[in-house]
Design a protein around this ligand. Structure first.
Ligand code: AMP
Length: 631
């Protein structure tokens, strides 16, 4: 920015510009800036304002090693004049957490963060504390190491599509020692039988590989994983002869519906409970294939552009949303804001999304009033040319979607690798996690005592959340935009219970890894889909309304998974037969009526999203008497 010759008033308000100039940021070092101290005009470099400095920050630990289930309190002190605002960023944290703020006059602000029933999913989490005043922001971090005993997540009989590999996944911290036994005797690796594995943070994934197996290899194989906290053992019976004969037959039936069950995200990055549907043989898949669970054979005649669920043919079509901008439309060209790489400073990982990792970052020169601000950045590593084009199209699309209940998109950074999209940072992370952390289950976890500060969400708060999402969908519908993947996991929560739709369904189609493209997989969030989307892949504003009904159900169950009691193939059966989710325990009849209105089988009979938004808004604003009656 050009400020050459500008004369400010000498005050603490412009100390940050002086600091920028001292650090040579934004090209200010060779500009002549001045301030007026009431007596004369002096060079800004000479301004001497007392009691006006960047906050100092200190945290109680540097690294913190805890056991799963522990409770721990960490402290962050921010001091200085002006006294800074201090806070821990906890978006993406799984453990229940509470903040407690203390002010120690004259100039220290201290925040205790208590983590309760610490979760293994927070292993390696970087807890960052931020202190900010008018002069700027400083931060400090504590890296969490959560120790837990081994669990064998997977140890499977050789599968037909990798006939010489017993896939295994083991999680533990510290990393476990693995041993294999055959008929009770420990296996010493040979070139005919050996393990191969990769390390991912706190899990080991790999294969026990058989070379040229014969029926002599049949029998019980045991995997034992141990660390100082415990031992996990799993035994699997292997029948090679049957497996290989079966494999020969199965060459004729090369299409499977591979249903990806719960748990950690798949390598494709889809969140939580979605079905993974494979439309073609996956020749390029690595040995430790991520698909597992229920396998439904599909018939060949479905063709390469179709998959079959049960007996229904489902055409696979590219998301039409991609083509709304750029090439074939008569809208003016969209100019996507470009952000310089050196203006983005990554701080820590927030999560993994459909197309890559999501980080908390500081972004300089974005806001006219602040030198830097916190943002969330989504990264896409090593993109192919096609992925780059898709990235550009998505950026244009997001640039055009601007609304108070849609997460704000700031721009892209494309000078170098990875490609980056910059979004506003939503402090409380995704809505599903937020709901769980504010539900009754979160309450019982604290040493047998209810946890006060997290607080269970009340009826009016639930209605407020729902009405904001509905408002976002009204906007999307007004733009003729069909989302296709509305769910609480794709909404984000900011300060003051502000909720926004934060992730766009089509991004997973565009930004999956090369592995995803080669494999020809399509992932469908079936638990949120109406019959016509499951059966015919028909996605419309009305199918978004159905998904919104499921979002309502998620909100009123504090983030339960829809049809949690059913496996994916059972869910498909249930939905296509016309069954709907039951009324949640804390859900008023009026709200369940809205859900039922969203789940009409005929799309035209479903409620209109505008009407839904109005009803929810009115219910939310309803008198306390009404709320009392609901109890
Ligand atoms: P996504 O790519 O949207 O699936 O993002 C993966 C995870 O990153 C989400 O579940 C959130 O926990 C986190 N995340 C994504 N975007 C943001 C954001 N704008 N602010 C805060 N956290 C985010």
């Amino acid at each position: 920015r050009k400020l050459e010759g500008v004369v400010f008033n000498c005050s603490c308000n412009i100390r940050w510009i002086q600091l920028w100039q001292q650090r040579g940021e934004a090209g200010l070092h060779n500009q002549h800036l001045f301030c007026n101290n009431g007596v004369s005009k002096i060079p800004l470099q000479l301004m001497n304002i007392s009691h006006c400095d960047l906050p100092e920050i200190s945290v109680s630990h540097s690294n913190l090693t805890v056991m799963e289930g522990d409770r721990v309190t960490i402290t962050c002190n921010g001091s200085g004049v002006p006294v800074p605002e201090v806070d821990w960023t906890v978006g993406g944290l799984h453990s229940i957490n509470t903040h407690q703020s203390n002010q120690y006059p004259p100039n220290v602000h201290s925040i205790n963060l208590t983590l309760v029933n610490i979760s293994r999913d927070d292993n390696s989490f970087m807890l960052t504390c931020i202190a900010e005043n008018i002069v700027g922001m400083t931060n400090a971090s504590i890296q969490l190491s959560v120790q837990f005993p081994p669990v064998i997540i997977k140890f499977e009989e050789p599968q037909k599509w990798h006939d010489t590999c017993m896939v295994f996944t083991v999680r533990a911290n510290p990393l476990p020692t693995l041993r294999w036994y055959y008929k009770g005797e420990e296996i010493k690796p040979t070139k005919y039988l050996r393990p191969e594995m990769d390390l991912y943070q706190d899990s080991l994934e790999g294969c026990l590989i058989f070379k040229n197996p014969t029926h002599h290899n049949n029998g019980n194989y045991t995997l034992e994983a141990s660390n100082f906290l415990g031992v996990a053992v799993k035994t699997v019976y292997v029948s090679i002869a049957v497996g290989l004969a079966g494999f020969a037959c199965v060459l004729l039936v090369i299409m499977f519906v591979l249903i990806n069950k719960y748990g950690r995200r798949s390598k494709f990055g889809m969140k939580g409970p979605v079905a993974v549907i494979s439309g073609e043989e996956d020749s390029a898949s690595p040995l430790h294939h991520v698909n597992h669970g229920i396998i439904t054979p599909c018939t060949l005649d479905a063709g390469p552009d179709a998959v079959v669920i049960g007996m229904t043919r489902i055409p696979v079509i590219e998301n039409p949303q991609y083509f709304r901008h750029g090439h074939n439309c008569n809208k003016p060209t969209t100019y996507v804001q470009h952000i310089k790489r050196r203006d983005i400073v990554l701080k820590r990982e927030l999560g993994e999304g459909a197309f890559g990792k999501v980080f908390l970052a500081e972004c300089y020169n974005l806001s006219p009033t602040k030198d830097k601000m916190l943002v969330a950045v989504k990264t896409l590593k090593d993109p192919t040319l096609a992925a780059r084009k898709d990235f550009q199209r998505e950026a244009e699309l997001l640039t055009n979607l601007q609304y108070e209940h849609i997460v704000k998109f700031y721009g892209v950074c494309v000078d170098g690798d990875p490609l980056i999209m910059v979004f506003e940072y939503m402090k409380h992370g995704d809505l599903n996690k937020f709901l769980r952390a504010h539900g009754p289950d979160a309450m019982i976890l604290v040493d047998g005592e209810p946890l006060q500060t997290n607080g269970e969400l009340g009826l009016s708060q639930m209605l407020h959340i729902a009405s904001q999402i509905a408002s976002g969908i009204v906007y999307l519908a007004s733009q003729h935009f069909v989302h296709r993947d509305l769910a609480t996991r794709n909404c984000l929560v900011g300060n003051g219970l502000l909720v926004k739709i934060g992730d766009f369904g089509m991004s997973r189609d565009i930004y999956s890894t090369d592995y995803y493209r080669v494999g020809g997989h399509t992932m469908l969030p079936i638990r949120w889909m109406p019959p016509e989307s499951i059966m015919y892949r028909k996605f419309t504003t009305e199918s978004d309304v159905w998904s919104f009904g499921v979002i309502l159900w998620e909100i009123f169950t504090y983030g339960k998974q829809p049809w949690f009691q059913l496996a994916n193939n059972e869910v498909i059966e249930c939905i296509t037969q016309g069954r709907v989710l039951e009324r949640p325990r804390v859900c008023p009849k009026e709200v369940y009526d809205i859900m039922l209105g969203c789940w009409q089988r005929e799309p035209q009979q479903r409620l209109n999203i505008k009407d839904i938004q109005k009803i929810l808004y009115t219910l939310g604003k309803a008198t306390p008497v009404y709320l009392d009656i609901l109890g």
